[in-house]
Design a protein around this ligand. Structure first.
Ligand code: GDP
Ligand code: CA
Length: 321
């Protein structure tokens, strides 16, 4: 079975590990979000691609969910001693090596998709990991700074990591998306898929950004195979992080049903909500999306595998309908 998964960082990566356990023989292609990418210290950092690569490759810091295991921060401390920041973005010594190799290869003229493949030669994630695009796309957020009252557009990482989404996001814009082309292999993988899955990744700044690359949304809608998603919102709040802040920016309430409606029946065939949200199943089905309530907390690998199994079961149900 050929499965295509659109993935952000932590939510996507943990789900993928469950999917590998639930479907060990599947041929899995991951289309990764690159809207979170940022240039720091002259280096190209791709947080979501790396979270997927490290998680599936056994190099992730498990408690944190991002960054390397067994990490040290000497380089960052030395930079800070020179007054060189930003100090708010956590880059460890081991992690730096990834960004150096990536930046070197990009400077030598390799596209990001080829660089990602080369990095995965080391990590062997067991999936084919493709960035959504080789073109630069950067998510920016419009905010009003509380101290100065100044309206400003800042990089997503500055909003998310430095400000911890503490001020309302007035707009979220994937800068460059309109001109971006899907990376080689993206549309082909979608066209050849038997099932397409949206893991419990951020619907705005992870999956929304991938869908903003012209051609990807259309290819998924036209693929003619079941498209099934899992809600990142449980009990009207994100399980981790501040997804409610960016959902508000696109006028979507933080509920499992509203996120399903936001994707819409033109894109989604099936949607899983958590058992605590069982009362919303009817509302989602009324929107033309087949819906089931199952436990959606990825407390461990087995739980994530059960979620993946439920998603594939719902996909078969949709196919048979
Ligand atoms: P990021 O790029 O690291 O922010 O990760 P993603 O976009 O892939 O996923 C973030 C989303 O995953 C958040 O909105 C969380 O609510 C969701 N999430 C994290 N852990 C879980 C979980 O155990 N269950 C569910 N249902 N959602 C989760
Ligand atoms: Ca992310």
């Amino acid at each position: 079975m050929r499965i295509v998964v659109l993935a952000g960082g932590i939510g996507g990566a943990r789900f993928l590990r469950g999917l590998q356990r639930a479907s060990p023989d599947a041929d899995i292609t991951v289309i990764g979000n690159t809207g979170d990418d940022i240039h720091l210290f002259g280096l190209k950092v791709c947080p979501d691609l790396d979270t997927v690569m490290y998680t599936l490759g056994g190099g992730i810091n498990e408690e944190q969910g991002w960054g390397r295991t067994d990490e040290t921060f000497h380089l960052k401390e030395e930079l800070a001693a020179y007054g060189v920041g930003p100090e708010w973005f956590g880059l460890g010594d081991r992690d730096f090596a990834t960004h150096i190799v990536r930046t070197q290869m990009l400077s030598a003229g390799y596209p990001l998709s080829a660089v990602t493949e080369a990095l995965c030669d080391r990590w062997k994630p067991g999936v084919r990991l493709i960035p959504m695009s080789d073109d630069r796309v950067e998510t920016h957020v419009a905010v009003t700074l509380p101290d100065s009252g100044e309206r400003k557009v800042i990089h997503f990482q500055e909003y998310w990591v430095r400000l911890r989404a503490s001020v309302p996001a007035e707009a979220v814009v994937p800068v460059g998306a309109e001109q971006a082309k899907p990376a080689p292999g993206v549309l082909e993988a979608i066209a050849e898929a038997d099932v397409i899955l949206f893991p419990p990744s951020n619907p705005v700044v992870s999956i929304g950004t991938i869908l903003a690359v012209p051609g990807i949304r259309e290819a998924i809608a036209d693929a003619g195979v079941p498209v099934v998603g899992l809600s990142p919102i449980v009990g009207d709040a994100p399980v981790r992080g501040m997804a409610d802040k960016v959902l508000a920016a696109v006028g979507v309430e933080s509920t499992a049903a509203a996120v399903a409606e936001h994707y819409g029946s033109g894109l989604l065939d099936g949607w899983l909500v958590d058992t605590v949200d069982a009362s919303t199943v009817e509302r989602v089905e009324a929107a033309g999306i087949r819906c089931r309530a199952v436990p959606l907390m990825m407390s461990d690998l087995d739980a994530a595998a059960r979620m993946a199994h439920e998603a594939l079961t719902l996909a078969e149900e949709v196919r048979g309908a």
